[in-house]
Design a protein around this ligand. Structure first.
Ligand code: HEC
Length: 237
């Protein structure tokens, strides 16, 4: 019995010194943790673009070819790459070396084992029907913000914006919990999200207030709403 355990642990030990050629044998669970470095920019759900394109059904896809992603660089589109174990390993090691001038602001993963594990996870999670893997990866991020996008259709009261006033250099944002947040105008970012995760028309959401304190985002359903929503008005206190 002890002998068998010994043999098993020998085999296990050896597997941690994999060469990149054995990418398929990386550790999926460890790879899922490595994916935490990608999840802020990439969804595994088909056609759900974020900062970067969806990675669903990545294997054997031509680089820069998703019609659901309108922001590919011409460098990536004209690279002629088809994604597989080898091309992904090269890309993830040093993206700017493989496709100079591409738009992915990511320095790469230099650790061979981490890339092997990541590829094992991706190979599994990018197959049709594996979108749920994204949620698991998010959980592994230890509560970091910036991963994924919260759905803003039904925001919590503290995120539901009821009114915004503008006076001098200050925006005052009143939220559904009755609180008023004051921001220096250079610290409040006004954004839009027209996707299914975005807010309802005329019901913008406040994100990020309270965490860092001085900066936050208000996200509207469409750009046309923004100036009409904000009332030029000074407090008379
Ligand atoms: C800061 C955001 C960001 C991070 C972090 C990031 N990416 Fe990207 N990624 C992008 C963008 C933007 C593009 C499109 C690049 C272009 O068009 O030049 C891209 C492109 C890609 C592509 C090509 C997809 C296609 O459709 O051709 C792959 C594969 C990829 N990323 C994988 C990853 C993986 C895996 C990680 C984590 C190790 C990662 N990326 C981290 C933003 C990011």
């Amino acid at each position: 019995m002890r002998w068998i355990l010994f043999l098993t642990s020998m085999a296990f030990g050896a597997s941690s010194a994999l060469s990149p050629a054995l990418a398929a044998q990386g550790n999926v669970d460890r790879g899922q943790r490595v994916f935490g470095a990608c999840a802020a920019c990439h969804s595994l759900e088909p056609d759900r673009g974020m900062t970067g394109p969806s990675l669903a059904q990545l294997w054997n896809r031509k680089a820069g070819s998703l019609s659901s992603f309108p922001r590919y660089s011409s460098a990536l589109k004209s690279s002629g790459i088809v994604w597989n174990d080898k091309t992904l390993d090269d890309w993830l090691k040093d993206p700017q070396h493989v496709v100079p001038g591409n738009a992915m602001t990511f320095e790469g993963i230099k650790n061979d084992q981490q890339r092997t594990d990541l590829l094992a996870f991706l190979q599994h999670a990018t197959q049709p029907g594996h979108a749920a893997a994204q949620m698991g990866a998010m959980g592994g991020m230890g509560g970091m913000t910036g991963g994924g996008v919260p759905n803003l259709k039904k925001p919590d009261p503290e995120a539901r914006v009821q009114a915004i006033t503008y006076c001098g250099d200050t925006y005052r944002v009143t939220t559904g919990d009755g609180k008023m947040h004051a921001f220096w105008e250079r610290n409040l970012r006004l954004k839009t999200d027209s996707s299914g995760d975005g807010p309802e028309k005329g019901s913008p959401a406040l994100l990020g207030a309270g965490m860092m304190g001085d900066r936050a985002d208000v996200i509207f359903a469409a750009p046309g709403e923004i100036s009409g929503f904000i009332k030029q008005e000074c407090e008379s206190r």
